[in-house]
Structure formats: structure tokens, C-alpha cells
Design a protein around this ligand. Sequence first.
Ligand code: ZN
Length: 400
Amino acid sequence: MGWLGLDDTDHLGGGCTTWTMHQVLAALPDGAFVVDAPRLVRLYPAAPHRTRGNAALAAELRVECSPTEWLTWLECTWQDIVLPLRNKKTTSTHNHREQSASDPGMVWFDSPPPHDFYLRAVRELVDVKDVPKATWSAGGRGRIGATAAVAWNGKRATWEGIAWRKEAKGARQVDDDVLASLDDHPDLFACRDPRKGRGLVAPRGVSPVLFGLRGTSPEAVSNGVETLLNATTTEPIIAWELHRTNQTSGDHLTSVIEATVTDVQVRRGGHVTLVTDQAPMVAFRPSGPVAALAATLVKDDVIHALGMMIDGTVHLEGLRHVAGPLRDRQRPRCPACARRMKSLGQGQGLRCRTCDHREPSRWIGTEVSPTAWVQPPLDRRRHLAPDLRNGVPPHLAEHQ
Ligand SMILES: [Zn+2]
């Protein structure tokens, strides 16, 4: 038994590490077998070297050939399949983030490294010199993700069936009617964007992937993939594979932060900055309902926030307004003549200017009712983001 990990074999102009891993596993020698579904593991979403969604691959293998034979296979596979993918780079046409050249890594562990290494690699930038030593490894920066994918304990898993195109040319053809019907399946998610009526399973850039169908049960995903592939207007594929993933685990997030707002700054372009007694927080405009809720907040509001801490600022991915000052706050009317009363100054109560009625100082207005969690729309959510419709997953719910 052992674990194979692979990462950083793609660039914006082509390739996908899921496809490279599929080719590697298809080339296994006699006496080596894949034990369980390969793993598609999303890592630190803000890594500067990522191509797209920063995913790495791993697979558990049963190896019955001799150690020498196995090490020879690892070397040959690295040379023949993976190494040719090194140093590829394509500049993005719609994103200012500078792309770096691919720097693949391939690792083999007789027994997996600690899960803690995965947790680090999903929450922060990890240096290649901090990667646990593998039984065998080759390559550069890609060894970080490859090792983290092996280190993931596989819990809090969801599933993704990925189909690769026969010819990676032209617009992707995925039967939209069948996709729409799959969207109602309780164990599948993120099939279509309800706001735009557009499928979410097909990637937009250049890549061998035709679609990735996500769900909470392996059976539902496998059946869904078969249904999509049998649909008349879905284009032919070369192969498809079911993956165990950490998508929607929320593993990139630290637990819920309870904070009191001290200032709200709405920036040009719709980004909202919250100054709080904990840390500054930002809701970017594409976060939709999150930025909209943040913009309604005022000083002394209490919030629950979920997000990644990046350079000392929480980048909000979930927000809940818990409590706060009265909204539309004003002085009550005089009970005798209905005129709005005025304050006589600090600690001196209210007075009606018409009939001189007096009473202790107070405000009236609308009480804040705690809101549900809001989160970015489906097409703007990270692969790792948990669905907050039923609240925060237990491992993140420190303040619940
Ligand atoms: Zn009065």
C-alpha cells in the first residue's frame, strides 16, 4: 500500500492535473492497483502560483510488484508523462494576476504524511522546503500540493465526476436539459446557476475537462455523469473518473469570528470594508449578498463572520448580522399632542415643546432581527466554500 500525489502540471493554455493523473493511473504496471477513488484536493485559494482553482491529485495504491520494479516505474512515468509538462506558461487575458510557469511535482509515500500538513497547505502559503519527506519524489513546487493531497485524511468529503473531452476544441457541448433535471437531485450540487440559468459544470478556459459534476454521494455523481454522457447533445468523451474531494469542506476557513463593527466604508466599485474590534474585514462586490449585507451595517452592530485571513484582513465568504443598535431611531411622540419630543440634553429626559409634557429619555425604532447566513452566489463561491444555507458546518461553528 502507498500513496501517489501529483500537482502543478497545467497552465492556462492547456492541461489539467486531473487528466495527467488519469494518464498516470492508466499506465500502472502489472501488480499495481488503485484502491479507492482518486482524490481531488483543493488547496490554499490565494496561492500566487495557482493556475485556476489550485487543485492537487492523490491516489491510494496497492503495489504488489517488487520495490525496484516500482521505483523504476515511478522514474519512467515521471520522465515520460509528467516532466514534459514542466515550464509551460500562458498569460491570462482577463486577470491581472501574473501566471507562473508550471513546476510539476510527483510524490510517493509508503504511509501518508500527517493530516496537519494538509490543513496548513489549505489555509496558508507553504514553502517547498517545509514539505514532509516522501519515500520517493521528483520535481519542484508541485511537490507541495502533491504531498498535501496525500496528507488529506479524506474526511468531510464530497465527490466530483470529471469527464475529459475527446477533442479539446470549440465550445463545450453538455446537454443543458439533462443538466437542468440533475439540478433537482438532492445529492448533487452546483449544476446550474439559478440566477443566470447557465450550467456550472463545464470550465470556461482551455483544458481537457468537458465537465465536473459535484455531489454528496458517489452513487448520485456516478449516475449523474452517466446520464449526462448518454444525453443526445453531450459531446463524446475520452474517459471519466469519480474523485473524492475536499470541496465544500470549509477546510480553508478558520472558525466563525464574532465581532463588533466600529466603522463601515463602502468603496467605489461596491467593495465594503468593515472595521471591527477583531480584525478588518472586506466583502468584495462579486460576493453579492455578503457585500450587500455588509453595506447595511452600522457602528456597534454585532456580526458573525467566516472568511480567510489574508494579509491581516478577513476576506468575507459568509456573514450574519446578529444584533445592533435600533434602525430608523427617533424620539417618541408626545402622548398628549402627538408632537415629536426633543431631548433636553444628556440625562435630562425628553420634553414636548407644545405642551411641556416630560418623560425619561428613550428611543424608538426597528429592532435588529438576527439574519440567516449570507454567502456569495454559486458561481462566485470557492470550490472549498461550505454551503451555508443550513448554517455553518460544526467544525467551524465556534460561536454558534
Ligand atoms: Zn405634547
